[in-house]
Ligand binder design. Structure first.
Ligand SMILES: [Zn+2]
Length: 443
């Protein structure tokens, strides 16, 4: 990372004092810097890693995490904040979603033309808009001291990245809040990117960093303490500046029985399917794909209706994190050796109760539909609707109501005939908008 020629400075200017500065560095990186610069026994000064005006939390993201984000934002009305997402497309989607909910936000990513990006940046710094929905391209060198919150909608690349990104909040020393939303699929996705790296050692190095930040997120230890330890600093638990310290009531519950249901469904279907399919079997879904495969003839078909789809996903996350279930190619679920022990009741599984409560929190702020639907797809359909509404200059509800979009996100029609069967879609509507929505459902 350090330009090698800097190493000559000491030789070429033996009597000149040299100082080196870095924002955050682990012991290894610090040592590298000293070696490269050929510094001889330098004075090492290091600030504390503890940023006590930051309140830190991490939550498992439920599908796109929008309801969790809204509940967070309700505590930060009209305050400045940054929301980090993992792709350019997601900056646009989330920003327009927030704007339809009455927030003032702008997207920011490297693909936006320079002059627009600079304008967005200025509008944020001048408080014309208060929320920036950005990729990690945003924030370097930003000089705005009153950023009150930073949200990560998915897992960052490493604890270094994370620490730098949350460090943009509360530079004025006032209380600020940072929240990280994540799930195990984020880690799988990040690791897939690593396959494009030729240098195996470097790829493994990055992989360890991703695993590190995932472990940080799922751990029940003080977040401040964990970050300090990562940078080889020591810190007592913060007691009241992070969610892990505040929620010491770590009631746990046994989920062995639910785990057995999941594991048998994975086993009986040949370890060839992803999470939606498996959970649909347990919940007795009437999805075409499922019926076509005779999955409704399986003994575990429909035995898991006690848990909602989201609750099943949380149980699944727990099994993935304990490596009882492994994720194979195309996100298919595979069983590990421990899975066999659980199926034979030789091993049990438990979970922090509050993790399953996340669902209840979301339910409170969301109208519950009497059917399950793909929420991520629902949001995509909504943005498509906004796009068409803007284009045609008509109110969004004229195109399709929310209810119809939810039905579409549930039934996922793949052609005209199946789309016409969906509640709220008639021949005329289909002719006007059908194809456009079908292409969102079947990309
Ligand atoms: Zn703490």
């Amino acid at each position: 990372m350090i330009i090698e020629s800097l190493g000559n400075l000491k030789h070429n200017f033996p009597d000149v004092s040299i100082c080196a500065f870095t924002a955050t560095s682990t012991d290894n990186v610090t040592q590298d810097i000293m070696d490269e610069l050929k510094l001889d026994n330098p004075l090492l000064l290091r600030g504390k890693i503890f940023r006590k005006n930051l309140f830190i939390s991490a939550e498992r993201r439920i599908s796109n995490g929008y309801p969790q984000l809204q509940s967070f934002l309700s505590r930060h009305e009209n305050e400045s904040g940054i929301i980090y997402v993992s792709s350019r497309k997601k900056t646009e989607e989330l920003s327009s979603f927030l704007n339809t909910k009455g927030y003032k936000s702008l997207p920011y990513h490297a693909g936006i033309p320079n002059h627009v990006r600079e304008q967005n940046f200025k509008m944020f710094v001048n408080d014309t808009v208060n929320i920036m929905v950005a990729t990690i391209a945003f924030g370097m060198g930003i000089d705005k001291s009153d950023i009150r919150f930073v949200v990560h909608m998915s897992l960052p690349k490493s604890q270094e990245n994370y620490y730098q990104e949350i460090g943009r909040a509360g530079r004025d020393g006032e209380d600020s809040e940072v929240m990280l939303l994540f799930n195990a699929a984020d880690m799988v996705m990040q690791k897939q990117f690593l396959q494009q790296i030729d240098n195996q050692d470097y790829a493994r190095h990055l992989e360890a960093k991703i695993e590190g930040i995932y472990k940080y997120s799922t751990s029940e230890l003080c977040f401040h303490k964990q970050l300090a330890e990562y940078f080889n600093d020591e810190l007592d638990a913060c007691k009241d500046r992070c969610d892990n310290c505040l929620n010491t009531d770590s009631a746990r519950q046994d989920i062995s029985k639910e785990s057995q249901m999941l594991l048998s469904a994975i086993y009986k279907t040949g370890q060839n399917f992803g999470k939606n399919y498996i959970v649909d079997i347990l919940r007795g879904s009437k999805e075409q794909k499922l019926l076509a495969n005779d999955a409704d003839k399986l003994s575990m078909y429909g035995i898991g209706t006690v848990l909602s789809k989201k609750e099943w996903f949380i149980v699944l996350e727990r099994l993935l994190e304990l490596k009882i279930i492994l994720m194979g190619e195309y996100s298919t679920l595979k069983l590990s050796e421990d899975a066999v022990k659980i199926l034979k009741s030789l091993m049990s599984v438990d979970i922090k109760s509050s993790r399953l409560d996340v669902d209840k929190k979301v339910k409170k702020i969301k109208q519950k539909e009497d059917f399950d639907y793909d929420e991520e797809l629902f949001e995509e359909l909504r943005s498509k609707r906004t796009e068409i509404a803007n284009e045609k200059g008509v109110p969004a509800y004229i195109i399709f109501g929310d209810k119809t979009l939810k039905h579409l996100a549930n039934e996922k029609p793949h052609n005209k005939a199946s789309m016409l069967e969906v509640n709220g879609v008639g021949e005329k509507k289909f002719q006007q908008y059908g194809e456009e929505f079908l292409s969102v459902i079947n990309p």
